[in-house]
Design a protein around this ligand. Structure first.
Ligand code: DX5
Ligand code: ZN
Length: 223
């Protein structure tokens, strides 16, 4: 499956990191019914980022539900050695993987491509934007982190709007621009105007206790 053909012009991506894990499947179904198409799956290894988060064993239970309704799972690997994990995520039903430009990412790119996955590179808030440019033509997406990666529920770093706009200018048109961290109703419009088209949100969707309403609020703000 070609990841690019299935991602709409603008996607609000629910990050399941902040879902109610005791009701994960139900929350995914509700969001699919509400119109979410791309789900963001945050993987922390306890090294590149402090927390150990969600692994392929859990994804294996969720991905078929998403795919059955035409959705996709976009995995954000906040890990030191992404090549070690890409095959497991591919087998568990990932549709794309994004790994950090701050680590040795090339072996992960080759593995992702050989398995037909979409591939992206993520930049931490203090990483120079130029780091992703030499190979930008080979990427499906660039992820501009708007918090330091690791935890959900952090405050949005305001300078990220400017970084997103600059990235949009620098990247080829066909490379999607994703923003992740502290995204909510108060900044999603500015991010969209800056050229971001994949907007990841965890607390803004799940934090209010009504994920469908949270998703709808963001989706209508960027429509
Ligand atoms: C954490 C993850 C994010 C996180 C976003 O660094 O990469 O995807 O789940 O959470 P919020 O939207 O709450 O900042
Ligand atoms: Zn993420």
């Amino acid at each position: 499956m070609d990841w690019r053909e299935h991602v709409r012009e603008v996607e609000v991506e629910p990050s399941l990191y902040a879902a109610d894990f005791a009701r994960l499947g139900e929350e995914v179904d509700v969001l699919l019914d509400t119109g979410a198409r791309v789900f963001h799956w945050d993987v922390g290894d306890g090294h590149f980022v402090e927390p150990v988060t969600m692994g392929p064993i859990v994804l294996r239970a969720v991905a078929p539900r998403v795919r059955a309704q035409g959705g996709l799972v976009d995995c954000h690997l906040m890990v030191e050695n992404p090549a070690r994990h890409v095959p497991q995520f591919a087998e568990a039903g990932a549709d794309s993987v994004t790994v950090h430009v701050e680590v040795d990412w090339e072996p992960a790119r080759a593995l992702a491509r050989s398995r037909g996955l979409g591939f992206g590179l993520a930049l931490n808030p203090d990483t120079p934007l130029e780091r992703v440019l030499p190979r930008a033509g080979e990427l499906d997406l660039v992820l501009c982190m708007s918090v330091h990666p690791g935890y959900s529920g952090q405050r949005f770093i305001a300078a990220s709007v400017e970084r997103a706009a600059r990235l949009r200018e620098l990247l080829p048109d066909r490379v999607r621009l994703q923003v992740d961290g502290g995204v909510g109703a108060e900044n999603v419009g500015a991010l969209r105007q800056a050229g971001a088209d994949l907007l990841v949100a965890a607390s803004a969707i799940f934090g209010g206790g009504d994920p469908a309403a949270g998703y709808r609020a963001l989706a209508s703000a960027v429509a």
